[in-house]
Design a binder for this molecule. Structure first.
Ligand code: ADP
Ligand code: MG
Length: 663
């Protein structure tokens, strides 16, 4: 089922699709519309300017064809409809001319220009449409692809490979809910015949996605439950306490309590399966270091996995600094290491000469073998898929596992999804932290913002500036990193160092910039949200976010969490001309849990068909909030299903859980 075998998808399209993360037929057919335009049967009198309408009538004048250079052509004719006469133009359909004879009945779909009384048609159908309304899927695209092409690619894939697309809903449940089969459901979602059928098909696909997800979770839970399967070890607490004594700060009460729970788990012969949650800046990282230290002292290797290279590298440097007086071997393993460097690390992990490895998901590549992995920690857990989680767990025979998360999802959802875990919570942030002052500014108030920045820079502090995009793109007027770079250079370039960082840069370049920022060689760092997770530069005291309305509240909260990491007072400025009511929650609230609740309440409202949600749990079609009921049902069903070992094997055979072996 390779994408390149789909009729109509050439080399250029392959590249464009892969740019969008679409690399397989399955990716393509589950590239769901992010929106549907409902075209209502038009009435010229009632239609507003710029309305998309669908209207039928008879051709009143013979079409006039104009040809332009580069193969472009345009055709104009008049159409008599029951609500009046209207002009129609359509581009590049010269071939329709012969059919559009005067008196022919046609259906025209397009955008209505009320002043000129002209419809610019996107489609002309030679027969009257039967249904009253037409529902048009709208897809996310990339430059160089059109809606039409996307739709053609998807439909061709469905036609050629529709039968082979795996369906994860077991037969008995299909029958119970009277679901249509997967291929039909996909067909409907991409070519909706009616709102009713569309809704049913969406529910079916959402259910499948959530069922598969809950199956994985429940499967992991079941596996973890097998008692006495953990490592029993002695932890020399005196050594750990001595180490804590020497830290530049003393642990908060919550940190101490959480550490205690973690160390108890390590000692117990039951396998640890713990979630350490705490708001941004609450100090989770040091606990992960201490846990790995304890694990090391008891004779085992540890792995710490972070979602980005920046974060992994930062943890690596921090840990090395904290442990510089010991002889613990700590190494960094990321995708961008040279092949040789990687081999070197693989070797060290296999022969046991490396004690602690920190990295990205390079840690869970097949080549990586461990001598005696005893503890696996994932930072920013919500960023990882369940598959990745399972793979890393599998690397050691029975490693203890600790997940860290700033809990971007509200408690009720967390309980459903992480219900299998023990939970430690850090509620209070380290003493001495000041409230981060949060201010909303309009684009027209940029002068004030620059003045505030200058004040901060003069104090020797550093600033993050965030934009939603890297470079300008044709169909968007959002602020970009490149624009801001110029703007900031004009304002501050003579006295301060300004630089940029974003996801498209090579990792070495990113790493270098982060190091320079940490060493205060750069004062203003302009970035996309790559900076969002976990980055820790205590001297940065101001966070400025352009087009703040483009981000979810939880993301804003995470971004804001990059400042306020020392006893200096910090400011976060949100720049937006709209959506200020939602954003004002940020001004009054600094509690990540509450903010995520609000975010959930607000996201995706009023949008009947809102499917795609950029968010922290990345589902393709399901939406945790809107589809919570389906989630609960899927949870129940998957649990019941799992009680039969044969069922479990069936689903595992479908490779639902990637490369988990039974263990
Ligand atoms: P997060 O929980 O968001 O991962 P970090 O672990 O990055 O937060 O901690 C934020 C900062 O607070 C770090 O610079 C860390 O060294 C520091 N820190 C952690 N614990 C304490 C403490 N008890 N007192 C003071 N500073 C602390
Ligand atoms: Mg962190």
């Amino acid at each position: 089922m390779a994408l390149k075998d789909v009729k109509g998808i050439g080399p250029r399209a392959l590249i464009l699709l892969s740019k969008m993360g679409i690399t397989s037929v399955e990716d393509l057919v589950t590239h769901y519309p992010f929106r549907y335009d409902v075209l209502v049967r038009g009435n010229l009198q009632e239609a507003q300017d710029e309305d998309h309408i669908i209207i039928d009538g008879k051709v009143e004048s013979a079409p006039i064809l104009m040809r332009f250079k580069a193969g472009l052509n345009k055709m104009n004719f008049r159409l008599v409809t029951s609500s009046g006469i209207v002009g129609v133009s359509i581009f590049n359909r010269a071939f329709l001319k012969r059919q559009l004879l005067v008196g022919t009945g046609v259906t025209v779909i397009g955008k209505y220009d009320k002043k000129k009384n002209v419809i610019t048609a996107s489609e002309i159908k030679m027969e009257p449409l039967s249904s009253k309304a037409k529902i048009e899927p709208v897809y996310h695209l990339t430059n160089g692809l059109t809606q039409k092409q996307m739709s053609t690619f998807i439909n061709m894939s469905l036609l050629m490979y529709g039968k082979e697309i795996p369906d994860y809903i077991p037969q008995e449940l299909m029958e119970k809910y009277q679901f249509v089969n997967k291929r039909t459901a996909l067909n409907i979602v991409h070519n909706p015949p009616s709102e009713e059928k569309l809704k049913a098909a969406m529910i079916r696909l959402k259910y499948e996605e959530l069922f598969a997800f809950m199956f994985k979770i429940n499967y992991l839970k079941k596996r973890n439950k097998q008692k006495n399967s953990g490592l029993k070890r002695e932890i020399p607490r005196d050594k750990i306490n001595a180490f804590i004594e020497k830290l530049p700060f003393s642990l908060t009460a919550d940190q101490k309590a959480s550490l205690d729970e973690i160390l108890n788990d390590l000692e117990s012969e039951e396998r640890m399966n713990r979630l350490l949650q705490g708001d941004v800046g609450s100090g989770k990282t040091i606990l992960s270091f201490l846990a790995m230290y304890a694990n090391h002292l008891s004779g085992y290797q540890s792995a710490l996995m972070a979602p980005t290279e920046i974060l992994a590298t930062q943890h690596f440097h921090n840990m090395r600094t904290f442990f510089k007086d010991t002889n613990i071997q700590i190494e960094l393993l990321t995708g961008s290491l040279s092949k040789r460097a990687k081999q070197e690390i693989y070797k060290g992990l296999k022969d046991g000469s490396i004690d602690i490895v920190i990295g990205t998901h390079a840690l869970i590549q097949e080549e990586v073998e461990y001598a005696n992995l005893g503890l696996v920690i994932t930072d920013e857990q919500h960023r990882f898929g369940v598959n990745q989680r399972a793979n890393l767990e599998n690397k050691g025979r029975k490693p203890d596992t600790l997940y860290m998360s700033a809990t971007p999802i509200p408690r009720t959802y967390a309980l459903t999804i992480y219900g299998d875990m023990d939970i430690s919570t850090i509620k209070t942030r380290p003493a001495g932290r000041k409230k981060i002052q949060t201010i909303i500014k309009k684009n027209s108030e940029i002068k004030d913002v620059l003045a505030l920045m200058l004040e901060e820079l003069k104090k020797g502090h550093q600033i993050y500036v965030i934009a939603p995009l890297i470079e300008e793109s044709e169909n968007s007027d959002l602020t970009t990193v490149c624009q801001l770079k110029d703007q900031m250079h004009l304002a501050f370039g003579t006295h301060f160092q300004i630089d940029i960082i974003h996801g498209k840069m090579r990792s070495e370049a990113k790493e270098l910039i982060m190091q320079e920022f940490l060493q205060k060689k750069i004062q203003i760092l302009i970035s996309t949200t790559v900076i969002e997770v976990g980055v820790d530069v205590p001297n940065a005291t101001m966070m400025i976010i352009f087009d703040a309305n483009r981000f979810g509240l939880s993301t804003l909260h995470q971004l804001r969490g990059r400042v306020g990491r020392s006893d200096l007072s910090s400011t976060c400025i949100l720049i937006s001309d709209s959506d200020t009511k939602r954003l004002s929650i940020m001004e009054s609230c600094e509690d990540g849990f509450l903010i995520s609740e609000e975010d959930f309440k607000l996201r995706g409202h009023g949008d009947l068909f809102g499917t795609k949600q950029s968010g922290d749990m990345t589902f393709k079609i399901a939406n945790l909030k809107q589809d919570y009921k389906i989630l609960l049902q899927a949870k129940k069903d998957s649990q019941a299903y799992l009680t039969d070992k044969k069922n479990e094997d069936d689903l595992l055979k479908k490779e639902l859980i990637g490369s988990i072996q039974n263990g």
